[in-house]
Design a binder for this molecule. Structure first.
Ligand code: GTP
Ligand code: MG
Length: 585
């Protein structure tokens, strides 16, 4: 799903930055980015390890608040391709001539990059004004004043390397080996689920880079559509994203129509002259086509641009080389944005939700139930909805139904998109925490048991009402789209893929049951609990073993040649006496 380019990352803590001499505290913006970071850090705490249920009494941020703060933060941020040997101190000193720096970090992705967040937006104009377009010798540069820069030393020999003392952290998820080690040494299955969440969830730096990438793409799209907004959605923002997941972007042009600074007084109504096209879909295709061209021709760092305009949801797919993200840009896809908000809400309501979803997603990936290419397989989005549905079934329920969230909504929450009622309460503090105290271990086992025995042939999954319903059609797996209720979000899933899911779920429930009885000692280093679930399934192991037992390739080729030879002798004289096959050269 994503181009995994981002490698090692150097982070400098926000606190260290705040104390640095490059910042003047008096100029700190009102919307302090640290508050978002603090929220994220709180999120990064292993969820549900000692407590079950969501007992966090502190006020939780709304999705829109997080988006607003992150967006504002990204607008004050620049991306700089740095020389490999750079003195961090000199680099910061050089940049701080444009204004105080609030935060920065380095990462490697086919070169060294720095993400630098200024305290004020004005610093970016100052930096841009001091930057020139390179003059090429053999090629021609297309001038574009973006926030993506190239830093070159004036005198390379003067640059001493101070990178050795920079603390680096890895931005990629752990290797399978490291993960197995971590899981094997965990104290309990609950601990394993929380460890997996901690290792795979998006880091603070990765989240910043995602918002920054959207902001950079927004600058390009704004060349055509000033005042447009490019918003991240999907797993980048719904708190269920794993390191390395794709970056889904939504080009929002709706705000443009709403901008009107003057009150319309008088007898007339003034409208913009616009071009009309026969349908909304054609408008979407035309807009994305032109933005795709822009990204391809003028977008610094945008490569492999593909315009996939005939898809159900037209999109432009490209790699943002510098960040390493595989990006999908859509427009007219507001419901997906609302789905992201709903998932964010569910993820924030109870500390067990994310831990369970991450484990189920990793389990599905380990067994090739999900892949990065579209096809007849189940998607991460569907799996997440299945976990939410399962948690609505517990007694007492761990998560509320969507209908009950709608009842709690007030007038400000009202949201109708393309005739679909997408209203639900957005203030997390209005939702009563669950009284359910089940452990993650029990929930994981029960999840597999529940779906290993689910009547997929006749029932549909429905998080709006939180109960099984009769399937309205014959698709093997029916998961009702929460907002477009006549649609099935898993329409693509084939019977054989569903069967594979069911078989693996049963097998996993059985493994958890068995391991319960006979857990190996920690020192034995034997996979147990979640680690055992992430190993290839028994069925796969058998087929692997069969393959391994096969004779060496050279032997197989020799016997194949022998059999062809004997066939050729057999066939050399057919009934009509003519040679039909000959192996003679
Ligand atoms: P990853 O696999 O980590 O990328 O998860 P994701 O949740 O980002 O999924 P994906 O990139 O496939 O889709 C992005 C978002 O689009 C999802 O989070 C949903 O909000 C929405 N979406 C994806 N598939 C469907 C679908 O079949 N129906 C609807 N209504 N929305 C979908
Ligand atoms: Mg995605």
């Amino acid at each position: 799903m994503a181009v995994r380019g981002v490698g090692r990352l150097t982070c400098v803590s926000l606190c260290a930055q705040r104390n640095s001499r490059f910042q003047r505290p008096a100029l700190r913006p009102l919307s302090c980015p640290g508050t978002v970071a603090a929220d994220l850090r709180r999120e990064e705490q292993p969820s549900g390890s000692t407590e079950t249920g969501s007992e966090d009494k502190s006020s939780k941020k709304r999705f829109s608040e997080v988006q607003k703060e992150r967006r504002e933060q990204a607008q004050r941020t620049v991306l700089i391709h740095c020389p490999n040997k750079i003195s961090e101190k000199k680099f910061l000193k050089y940049l701080s001539q444009h204004g105080p720096i609030n935060n920065h970090f380095f990462y490697e992705s086919f070169g060294l990059y720095a993400v630098v967040e200024f305290c004020q937006k004005e610093s970016i104009h100052s930096l841009q004004n001091g930057t020139h377009t390179p003059s090429m010798v053999t090629e021609a540069a297309i001038p574009f004043r973006s926030r993506f820069f190239n830093l070159k030393p004036k005198n390379p020999s003067n640059q001493t390397s101070e990178r050795s003392c920079i603390q680096s952290s890895n931005q990629l998820p752990p290797s399978s080996k490291k993960l197995f080690e971590l899981l094997c040494y965990a104290e309990s299955i609950d601990d394993q689920l929380n460890t997996l969440l901690k290792e795979f969830q998006l880091t603070e730096e990765n989240t910043r880079l995602r918002y920054l990438t959207c902001s950079l793409i927004e600058d390009i799209a704004a060349a055509y559509f000033p005042d447009c907004t490019v918003r991240p959605f999907g797993s980048s923002v719904n708190t269920f994203g794993k390191l390395g997941c794709d970056l889904d972007m939504f080009l929002d042009l709706d705000e443009i129509g709403k901008i009107s600074t003057h009150k319309n007084i008088g007898n007339f109504l003034m409208e913009f002259q616009v071009k009309n096209v026969p349908s909304e879909r054609i408008a979407t295709q035309k807009i994305l086509s032109v933005i795709g061209e822009c990204l391809d021709h003028f977008g610094p760092g945008c490569v492999g641009v593909q315009k996939i305009l005939n898809a159900r949801c037209p999109l432009v797919r490209f790699s943002h080389q510098a960040s390493g993200f595989q990006c999908d840009l859509t427009t007219n896809n507001r419901i997906a944005l609302k789905s992201s908000e709903l998932l964010y809400m569910y993820g924030a309501l109870d500390s067990r939700v994310r831990a369970l979803v991450f484990s189920v997603r990793c389990w599905a990936r380990a067994h090739s139930l999900t892949t990065s290419i579209p096809g007849a397989w189940i998607t991460n989005f569907s799996l997440t909805v299945m976990v939410i549905f399962f948690l609505q079934q517990r007694s007492p329920p761990i998560l509320p139904t969507l209908d009950s969230l709608k009842i709690l909504a007030d007038a400000g929450d009202k949201c109708i998109i393309e005739g679909n009622n997408c209203t639900f309460v957005r203030d997390l503090n209005k939702i009563k925490p669950s009284e359910n105290t089940e452990t993650l271990e029990l929930l994981l086992k029960e999840f597999f048991e529940y779906f290993g025995n689910f009547a997929f042939n006749k029932n549909s999954i429905n998080i709006r009402q939180g109960r099984e319903q009769n399937k309205p059609d014959s698709s093997p797996l029916h998961i009702q789209n929460p907002f477009e209720t006549s649609l099935n979000i898993s329409k693509n899933v084939s019977q054989s893929q569903l069967q594979k899911f069911v078989d693996l779920a049963r097998e996993s429930a059985w493994i958890l049951q068995e391991k319960d009885k006979d857990r190996p000692s920690p020192s034995s280093n034997q996979p147990w609990g979640l680690a055992a679930l992430l190993l290839p399934s028994v069925a796969n192991m058998k087929s692997l073993a069969k393959k391994k037992n096969k004779r060496p390739a050279s032997e197989r080729i020799k016997s194949l040649l022998d059999s062809i030879k004997s066939n050729s002798t057999e066939n050399s004289t057919s009934t009509n006496g003519k040679r039909t096959i000959s192996t003679h050269t």
